[in-house]
Structure formats: structure tokens, C-alpha cells
Design a protein around this ligand. Structure first.
Ligand SMILES: Cc1ncc(COP(=O)(O)O)c(C=O)c1O
Length: 400
């Protein structure tokens, strides 16, 4: 994959992110460094609230706040009334999943890369509602098996729930092809796009999902505590609601009420307006650069890193599959992932520990314990990759 951002553009983007001067940040799958404009937007808004009052500041910024929905809708090619702003991907996923009217005996199909929160949701539904779920194992090359999905579908299949990019591996699943199968069989389709938003171009029309759960802090570079849920308009009325307040209802009388006529029925009234604006700024920032473009650079940097890691004796790269993303996972012989992380942190290099539990089915199948996760973003550079690899080489050298 080509590096399509010019050196000058990368330097400009780095200059717009204070954190890049202090840290070599390869923990973008945990939480990215925010662009300065995102941080300043949040802080300035909080100052304004403190000076002028929360409701008054909201009124002043009502158009910008509203525009956050437009920006998110543009990012994923949805409609504004299909977007609910929520605190994180887990809440979004649970709101969508638990909104489905499951009956005992209904079946759900998932993938081996499913995130732990979602797996817990599936297990919980199995325990409490008597639904069953089937896991589609990847093939021997690490790719999702579309034919196995087709074969697993029965007249009891109610939902396909899968994770686009897993927490602890560099692979991806073919979400649009899965969507075509879901549509062909008229099955609901819930996609965890937590790691893929801002990372890979996402188009819910092309993917054909009914629900999509997203977090802000990862590849989107939005503040922590932000996320959103997409729910296709046609199915909004079919999902149960767990919580309602005066904002999420369209009207209420002493004897009845009606939920709002859009996805904001899944929200609650009280949330951080500062963070909502910050989320909007991060989306705008991503749109301005173009996720199609940054995705190419991420792939370029990730494959560069994988190649360099493979050349270090004592380092094993664990990413399987034909289509790989910006998450690079590896281990160092004889060293716990946490030790590697801590040693790198001493040199101001951030990586994270990919916990085996996060992608339990896949990690168990491949006999992987905790691994080191170095996730690259477009603002990382080849020089940073060289420094990471030099430090790792030194680590391996002194540990033998
Ligand atoms: C694939 C995946 N899905 C869901 C989540 C949960 O996201 P959040 O912590 O925003 O709820 C994560 C978090 O790491 C994740 O990696």
C-alpha cells in the first residue's frame, strides 16, 4: 500500500497534535492522540459554561452541537436521524443488541474475533432468554469464512453480530459481503465498528448493517467518553427501549407517551455538551483529511512495522489474514507483554497489552496469551517505527 500523504502534510498534521512532540504513540487502538483543535474545543467550551452557564452556552452553540449529528452521518453515509450519541461503543452495542425482541430458540451468528463485551452480551442472552449463538471460525489463513456463514444460517437465525476489527489482532472481516448475506436472508445485522471508525472508510449503505456501534477515542481521535450508535431508520421502531426521559420522548401525557421519531430515542438528555462538540470536531478533522487517504497511510505504516518486526530475532508477529489493518500484534520471546510495554514506556514509546480475554475465542483457538499491540495511525512516521524496532532489538539483546 502506498504512502499517499506527503511528508509535508504529515509534518503539518503532527504540528496540529501537541502529543506528537512528547511521545511516540503506538496505542491508537487504545486511544489516539487528539488533534489540538479537539482538545481546545472541549476546554474552551467548559470555560464558557463556567462563565455563562451550561444551558446558556448550549443555546449559543446549538447549531454546532446539532451539526455533530450531520458530521457523523456524513462520515458513515447515514442519515442524521439514524445517529444517537452515546458514551462509548459498549453502551451503543448493548442498546442495540438488547433492543432486539429475542425469543427462546432464536439464533445469533457471530465471528471468532468478537469483542469480549459483545461475547458477554451473547452469553447473557443465552442464559436469560434461551437464545443460541454460533461462532464462525476463521479459515486456516485467518480469514472469515463467508460460506460457513451462509451454511450456519437457519430459519431461526435472528441476528448476525460481528466485530469489524478485533481488539487484539491486525485482521479484518469482509463486512460488506456479510451484509449482502444478511440482507439476502433478511437477518438483522449488528456491527461493532469500534476499532474501524476513522481507521477504515465506513459506509453503512455499502455494508448493509442495521446497527453499528462506535467509540470516539480510538482511530477517530475524539475525546474519551464519546461514541455513537447508528440504527437504520426502518428498524428503529422494532427495537425496545430501556430508558426514556422527557428528551427521548416525542410527547407525553398523563396516560401515554411516544418515543422520538429518530435514533436520539436511544440517548438520554444529560450528557457532556463539551464532549459532543469535541466528537464533532474530531469527525470534521477526519473528514477534512479523508479517511480513504489516511487508511492508505495506516496500511503502509503497519506493513512497514510488520516487516521490520519480522526481521528481529526473538520477535514473533501474530497477525493472520489476507487483509490487515493498523493494529500490529507481536510477542517477544521470554518476556511478558506487560514487561515489553513498560520497557518501551521508559523510552516514551506507547504500546499496549492486548489482553487475551478481549478477543477470547480467537486467542484461545490460536493459543495466544496477552500480546503486545502496536497500533499505528496516519500521524506516526517511519522514523518512529525505526526507533520502536531499535529499542525492541536492544531489549531482545539484553534479555538473552
Ligand atoms: C473491538 C472492540 N469493540 C468494542 C470495544 C469497547 O469499546 P468501549 O470501551 O468504547 O465501550 C473495544 C474496546 O477496546 C474494542 O476493541
Amino acid at each position: 500500500m502506498e504512502n499517499i500523504l506527503s511528508e509535508q502534510e504529515v509534518q503539518q498534521l503532527r504540528a496540529e497534535t501537541r502529543g506528537t512532540t512528547k511521545t511516540i504513540h503506538f496505542n491508537n487502538a487504545g486511544s489516539s492522540l487528539h488533534p489540538d483543535v479537539v482538545v481546545d474545543t472541549v476546554i474552551d467550551y467548559l470555560y464558557e459554561e463556567a462563565q455563562n452557564g451550561g444551558y446558556e452556552t448550549e443555546y449559543t452553540y446549538r447549531e454546532e452541537l446539532e451539526n455533530t449529528y450531520n458530521l457523523i452521518a456524513r462520515l458513515i453515509n447515514a442519515r442524521k436521524d439514524e445517529i444517537a450519541i452515546v458514551e462509548n461503543a459498549s453502551i451503543g452495542w448493548w442498546l442495540a443488541f438488547n433492543g432486539i425482541d429475542f425469543k427462546p430458540g432464536d439464533e445469533i451468528i457471530t465471528c471468532e474475533m468478537e469483542y469480549v463485551t459483545n461475547l458477554i452480551g451473547l452469553l447473557h442472552a443465552k442464559k436469560t432468554l434461551g437464545v443460541e449463538f454460533k461462532v464462525i471460525p476463521n479459515d486456516e489463513r485467518g480469514n472469515f469464512r463467508l460460506q460457513a456463514l451462509e451454511d450456519a444460517i437457519s430459519d431461526r437465525t435472528k441476528l448476525i453480530a460481528v466485530t469489524h476489527i478485533p481488539s487484539t489482532a491486525g485482521s479484518m472481516i469482509p463486512v460488506a459481503e456479510i451484509g449482502r448475506i444478511a440482507r439476502k436472508h433478511n437477518i438483522l445485522y449488528l456491527l461493532d465498528a469500534c476499532q474501524s471508525v476513522g481507521h477504515v472508510p465506513l459506509d453503512v449503505q455499502e455494508i448493509g448493517c442495521d446497527m453499528l456501534a462506535v467509540t470516539g477515542r480510538k482511530y477517530l481521535r475524539a475525546p474519551r467518553g464519546t461514541g455513537f450508535l447508528y440504527v437504520r431508520k426502518e428498524i428503529q421502531d422494532k427495537l425496545k427501549l430501556f430508558f426514556m426521559d422527557g428528551f427521548t420522548t416525542q410527547w407525553v401525557t398523563e396516560t401515554d407517551f411516544k418515543p422520538r421519531n429518530d435514533a436520539r430515542r436511544f440517548e438520554v438528555y444529560e450528557k457532556s455538551r463539551a464532549l459532543t462538540l469535541g466528537l464533532g470536531k474530531a469527525v470534521e478533522y477526519a473528514l477534512n483529511i479523508g479517511v480513504e487517504r489516511t487508511w492508505q497511510r495506516v496500511q503502509y505504516l503497519a506493513s512497514l512495522l510488520r516487516e521490520k518486526l519480522k526481521n528481529i530475532n526473538g520477535v514473533t508477529v501474530h497477525d493472520f489474514g489476507d487483509e490487515l489493518c493498523g493494529i500490529v500484534t507481536f510477542s517477544v520471546d521470554g518476556m511478558e507483554a506487560a514487561t515489553v510495554k513498560n520497557k518501551l514506556a521508559e523510552k516514551h514509546i506507547n504500546v499496549s497489552v492486548g489482553k487475551a480475554v478481549s478477543t477470547l475465542i480467537y486467542m484461545n483457538k490460536n493459543k495466544l496469551g496477552n500480546i503486545v499491540r502496536a497500533s499505528v495511525h496516519y500521524y506516526n512516521t517511519g522514523e518512529e517505527i525505526d526507533i520502536l524496532c531499535e529499542v525492541l532489538e536492544e531489549l531482545v539483546r539484553v534479555s538473552v
